[in-house]
Design a protein around this ligand. Sequence first.
Ligand SMILES: [Cu+2]
Length: 271
Amino acid sequence: MGDLVIFVVLWIVLSLVAEWALGLAKAHTLYYIIASQGFIAEKAFNFLATWLTPVFVFVVLFLIFTLIRFHAPDGKPVKSSQQTMRNMGFTIFWVGLSFALNIMFFLHPTSSDLEQMFSAWEPARNRGDLVVDVTARQWEWIYTYPQYGIKQAVNNLGEDELELPVDRKVKFVLRSYDPFHTYDVYAGVIHDFWIPAFGMKEAVVPGLTRYEYIRPMQIASYQTNPMVRVQCAEVCGPGHPWMESPVNIVSTGQFARWIKLQQKLQAQAGS
Ligand SMILES: [Cu+2]
């Protein structure tokens, strides 16, 4: 009984310490997330980490506690007077708790958050979306804004650049092919559209059109945080590590001015 009391006290104390450390990590955000969908994943991770910390502490403590408490000092095993190999109470508690935890995680956050993420795909919710066609080629990301007639958005250095207005849902249309060379569209390679600060990734597959919906929630740019960039996250050849481009999330007014500028630049290039 004494061992059980010591174990339970240790378990509670160490769990509280671990939860406190986890709280510190969360307060000093381990992640830099600034988009709607990313927040769902961040919340789910925090929920799971909070619930699983005592489980983790239990298992590790159990291993260490039994090693220290029940080791035979002279190498000869001593048979305990109290045999608890078939402890039905403990078995029911352990299996029952594991079962209940798994059912809970299946319902929340897994099912409830997936439901929330997938609801962004409902056409009724996407009427005002900004559409950005993203073309991945070896090795470049090309951004087209069909609603504004912009064929390839570039910054003043002529580099591809993704500009997004804050607080408006974006529908990314993702394709992998090379618009500068004619060849079989199925002969391309798989890329992966990843903006670390958005907490989402989507594979870009030759011959397929894939979508990603996201709402950037705060003004940010690559200049202030390198997490605000598009990075290819699928090894796609020698140029893969450099297959990145800056992202700017700006106010609605600034976005409108940027659109005008892009249209002007395009008209000048065309004339
Ligand atoms: Cu790539």
